[in-house]
Design a binder for this molecule. Sequence first.
Ligand code: SAH
Ligand code: SF4
Length: 357
Amino acid sequence: MSAAPHGAAQSGPALTELSDDALLRLVEQLGGKPFQGRQVLHWLWKHGVDDVEQMRNVPAKLREALRPHRLRAAEVREAELAQDGTEKLLVGLADGDAVECVIIPDGERTTLCISTQVGCPVGCVFCASGLGGVRRNLTAGEIAEQVLLAKARLPDDRRLTNLVVMGMGEPMLNLDALLPALARIHDADGIGMGARRITVSTSGYPRQMERFAKADESYNLAVSLHAADDELRKQLVPTATHPVREIVAAAHRYFGLKGREVTYEVVLLKGVNDRPSHAETMIQTLRGLPCTVNLIPWNPVDEIRRERGLERPLEAHVDLFAEALRCGGLKVTVRRQRGADRSAACGQLRLRRQPGA
Ligand code: SAH
Ligand code: SF4
């Protein structure tokens, strides 16, 4: 399959990578009127067309002038459907790189998980996305386009209800692209998804969380805590330089500004951070804060298991951990494993296809 989506001969940024202003300017340069520029934007983002000929109310002359331009910056290179309906997409980018996104149907809900970087610079010890470091940031167009690609795969009776920015990469380290991408996804003239249905997960960057809090919209924030003890957290998130108390304080300020309860994610690893003492430290750190703790039993990644000896926690220990937190006054959820038969943890499909990437 071609590495350059929708026409290898076409160069320059794809139309989806242009800001509204830049696209309106381009249409004007090509002889179109401003309202026709807005029609093109609608076709791109609201209707999600991937061929200029589908822009029915755009005059033939303007369609002709637009044809040398790539519409999209990404394409689905590969799709894997798990037995539970979870579908993992390997999204190919114009430069040959790839990221993952995952469609997760669950009753009435359909959640999409999208990526923000090719790889990840944070290097959490349990995560496949961080294994080869980061190659580059995604552009705003590449981030938002994952939603278009996923929507096009849904059956007619399903619509995307939720979006989680929990795929490859650290969203707070690519805010310049993430914020316009989310605005596009949220905008009623764009994809039109409510901010309440959008959750961004971070491994904890207080300064960037402050900037995220200044966005016009109130998205949900999830913070990957993993351990409330600084020493242990550093072992799990080796590049984390911020103390837990600073991360929790930034998350609490986010709640103060936006009125959205923060979720703390805790990936549980057997014998590493799943003991009652770890639950106790977490209670001391989070008690009294309006939040929910989401416990995520580790999805094993073969390479990491072999090389680092990490293991999925025993179910009984996950239950005990959850119970301890509840007794300590915290709200707790435990994440079910999804897409288990198909490299469920993010970064694994890419890892298999591009070893060493
Ligand atoms: N970089 C951001 C968002 C992407 S990771 C962050 O770390 O929050 C999204 C979530 O998936 C994080 O909570 C992360 O800890 C978790 N995760 C990563 N690899 C995992 C694995 N193999 N099993 C279970 N959860 C994993
Ligand atoms: Fe990066 Fe998140 Fe994976 Fe850590 S868990 S390496 S921050 S993607």
